[in-house]
Design a protein around this ligand. Structure first.
Ligand code: HEM
Length: 120
């Protein structure tokens, strides 16, 4: 159940991120709406909360947990580059967007493989 919620917030997080970058490019005025500003913070907080719940539920800290640290570091990249992608313009926006997507894909692969260095 918690994993299902976690995966739901994963999908909501990436779709709201891609949606906000699209709006930042095409209709930046819409980003000023309150619910668009607050919604992603709620989704990302719940993503973190369900992630930490899964860590304790699965007793992952008493096992090999390097992959969880890797997920958290890449999460900083996803969030940081995501902010740059939404707030900047032009070339920098698309470089940051590509970087944020790469972090997201890395996090998802690490989540499934449970190995920080991908398939090792
Ligand atoms: C963008 C951020 C995230 C993405 C894309 C993501 C992705 C995923 C995916 C795809 C799974 C399912 C893995 C499987 O069934 O084999 C998963 C499970 C899990 N995630 Fe995340 N996650 C994210 C954030 C987090 C965070 C912040 C934490 C906690 C620090 C976390 C901890 C976990 C744990 C412990 C599991 C369960 C592993 C298991 O029991 O198999 N995740 N995540």
């Amino acid at each position: 159940m918690i994993k299902f919620l976690h995966l739901t917030f994963v999908l909501l997080s990436i779709s709201s991120f891609v949606g906000r970058v699209y709006l930042a490019e095409k209709r930046p005025e819409i980003l000023e709406q309150k619910w668009i500003k607050i919604g992603p913070h709620i989704v990302n907080s719940l993503l973190l909360l369900t992630g930490f719940t899964l860590v304790f539920q699965g007793s992952w800290l008493s096992a090999e947990y390097g992959w969880i640290i890797a997920k958290l570091i890449a999460l900083l990249g996803y969030v940081g580059l995501g902010i740059v992608a939404i707030k900047s313009q032009g070339d920098l926006r698309w470089k940051a967007f590509a970087g944020a997507l790469a972090c997201f894909v890395y996090i998802a692969i690490v989540a499934v493989s449970k190995h920080a260095f991908l398939f090792f």
